[in-house]
Design a binder for this molecule. Sequence first.
Ligand SMILES: Cc1cc2nc3c(=O)[nH]c(=O)nc-3n(C[C@H](O)[C@H](O)[C@H](O)COP(=O)(O)O)c2cc1C
Length: 151
Amino acid sequence: MTRFPGAVTIITTRTPEERRGITATAVCSVTAEPPSLLVCVNKKTGTCAAIAETGRFNVNLLPDPSHDLAMRFAGVGGVTGEEKFAIGEWTDDARGVPLLANARVAFSCEVTEKVEAGSHQVFIGRIVDIHHGDGAALVFEQSRFHRLQPL
Ligand SMILES: Cc1cc2nc3c(=O)[nH]c(=O)nc-3n(C[C@H](O)[C@H](O)[C@H](O)COP(=O)(O)O)c2cc1C
């Protein structure tokens, strides 16, 4: 799967106590009607428990450059929970779920289905709002970040 390029996102949610988020490439469009997507979240992460608890999440597609943010939300250096949000410009959507202000695009989702798949929980989310930004997306492949170039 390291040979499989993935758009880099930060999946976020908010519990009554704190904001949670992880860097994730396992994000995929599911249906157009209704508009939905899926995310695969490791069950060991606090974000997985928080999404299961709240039934809400946002998918923030990272702009280029933002690999520092991607590494932070991957937990590099042992950073976790609310601490991850110390860098980047964060706002909230109408439900109070964290939105990255300069995301290429961000989707506000409500969980409609959950599937247990080994180490991961697959959440299917109905898209209830879309937030558009500018710039190019950031891509991850062969354990490195890449820039998109038109052919
Ligand atoms: C480029 C990249 C893509 C990742 N994709 C996923 C993913 O799709 N799903 C996932 O559960 N973890 C993914 N991770 C790992 C999580 O970001 C990491 O386990 C998480 O941030 C740990 O958070 P915590 O220490 O706060 O629990 C990815 C990491 C990187 C660097």
